[in-house]
Design a protein around this ligand. Structure first.
Ligand code: PLP
Length: 447
């Protein structure tokens, strides 16, 4: 910076001039980051934080990777930008599509590039409508698919807050209950429930008219909505229903993709192949805003001869070059294996040490995507008064102690949830440090 400003001056300028997403206008949290290395961030006062949130669950490879920053400079120096519009191409996009085709499920190897996740889900809806000549999109109540008007219309999570004052939203978006067994929206108990949450999709398609429903979109594991996994039968059943009714299955892997759950894509855990898959975040490990929508052969052939529009920066050469380097790093450094093993280690430790605490409900996770529910009363599963914003209190205490985590307070079904989603290169020693910081915070929560 040109001037040598104090922290107070920087924060004051920030408060007056920067509008922060998901934060009341005119406020900030009082931290100004300045540098990062591995899983550690440092603010301008030199205080260190273990980033067990990977920011917005996107810095999958951690901070300060010079092989990636070198690739950025190299691509910038060679060709900083040309477009893929009108049929023009460039080598970085071709190489990126080849790399992606190596790791995406077999057959899902046609790509339309974006600059992020919302653009991806938005594009997926348009592709689904063009491909099927139908228009309705079904999604889950606790889902998060982005903030552009289409993706927001599909988003079900936080309806009261996220949608507030933004309506009317797009027509043709229908929401159905999610798959959280601990708080089953159908009041049933797994496994005697006959996977009612999946079957409700079939009932909804029939009620809406199968000739009108283009697609069903969901996250393989609810992300923003609480880091919640479905019962094992859910995804195979959903695949069966989508095939039966000729409804496209859109897999939103924006948060769960690229090793987050120990596999490249989370839906692989259930052996299910979508028709359309949306990727962003980990695709470049947040070194550049970038994303991609993959479509299978069936959808691809249905689009032949049509034109689909996109964004000025769709297929940006720098994003493409970074995606190549990042995917190479996932493979070369055994990042998926680390995510699975350190994730399992953390989950076992949390289950062994936190579960008996009075206000800790279910703890679940796959890879380094772990959720902890906070409850006022374990037997009745009663949640704390939402006004108390218990997850936000936990996040604030964690920050004070040098730990960044994610949390969500939702008045309706999924309850108060805390999420751990550190960079996938985190070591057991580093996750131990994080858990050691968390334990007294959770132990202090009183019913
Ligand atoms: C599952 C999912 N889909 C879509 C999005 C939107 O992505 P973006 O913020 O890059 O627009 C997110 C962001 O968190 C997400 O978690």
């Amino acid at each position: 910076m040109e001037k040598d400003w104090s922290t107070e001056e920087l924060l004051k300028w920030d408060q007056d001039h920067i509008l922060h997403p998901a934060c009341p206008v005119g406020q900030n949290i009082g931290i100004v980051f300045n540098q990062g290395q591995g899983v550690i961030l440092q603010d301008i006062e030199g205080k260190e934080y273990i980033d067990c949130a990977s920011q917005l669950t996107c810095v999958n490879l951690g901070y300060g990777r010079t092989e990636i920053t070198n690739a950025i400079v190299e691509q910038m120096n060679r060709l900083e930008y040309t477009t893929l519009f009108f049929g023009f191409s460039h080598t970085a996009a071709i190489e990126c599509s080849q790399k992606l085709a190596e790791i995406t499920p077999e057959g899902l190897d046609h790509f339309l590039f974006t600059s992020g996740g919302s653009e991806g889900t938005e594009t997926a809806f348009k592709i689904a409508r063009l491909s099927t000549k139908k228009h309705k999109i079904i999604s889950l109540y606790d889902s998060y698919h982005g903030v552009t008007l289409g993706s927001l219309s599909a988003t079900g999570e936080g309806k009261g807050t996220e949608w507030h004052g933004l309506g009317p939203l797009a027509a043709g978006f229908i929401h159905i209950p999610s798959y959280y067994c601990y708080r089953c929206p159908f009041g049933k108990e797994y496994p005697g429930c006959d996977i009612q949450c999946a079957k409700f999709l079939a009932e909804t398609i029939e009620r809406e008219g199968r000739e009108t429903v283009a697609a069903f979109i969901a996250e393989p594991i609810l992300g923003v909505g609480g880091t919640i996994s479905p019962p094992p039968e859910y995804w195979p059943k959903v695949r069966e229903i989508c095939t039966k009714y000729d409804v496209l299955l859109i897999d939103d892997e924006v948060m769960t993709g690229f090793g987050r759950t120990g596999k490249f894509f989370a839906l692989e855990h259930w052996g299910v192949k979508p028709d359309i898959m949306v990727m962003a975040k980990g695709i470049t490990s947040a070194y550049f805003p970038f994303g991609a929508v993959a479509i299978n052969n069936k959808v691809y052939h249905s689009l032949e001869g049509l034109t689909i529009s996109a964004f000025t920066y769709s297929g940006h050469p720098v994003g493409s070059a970074i995606a190549v380097k990042v995917i190479e790093a996932y493979i070369k450094d055994n990042v998926l294996e680390n995510s699975a093993t350190v994730g399992k280690y953390a989950l076992d430790r949390l289950n062994a040490e936190f579960k008996s605490l009075p206000c800790v409900g279910p703890i679940n996770g796959l890879g380094l995507f772990i959720g902890i529910e906070v409850v006022k009363d374990k037997d009745s599963k009663t949640t704390f008064d939402p006004e108390l914003k218990v997850p936000m209190q936990i996040l604030a205490r964690a920050r004070e102690n040098g730990l960044l985590i994610r949390g969500r307070s939702i008045a309706d079904s999924p309850g108060d949830r805390i999420a751990l989603s550190p960079p996938l290169i985190i070591t057991t020693e580093e996750i131990d440090r994080a858990i050691d910081i968390l334990y007294p915070i959770f132990a202090d929560i009183k019913p």
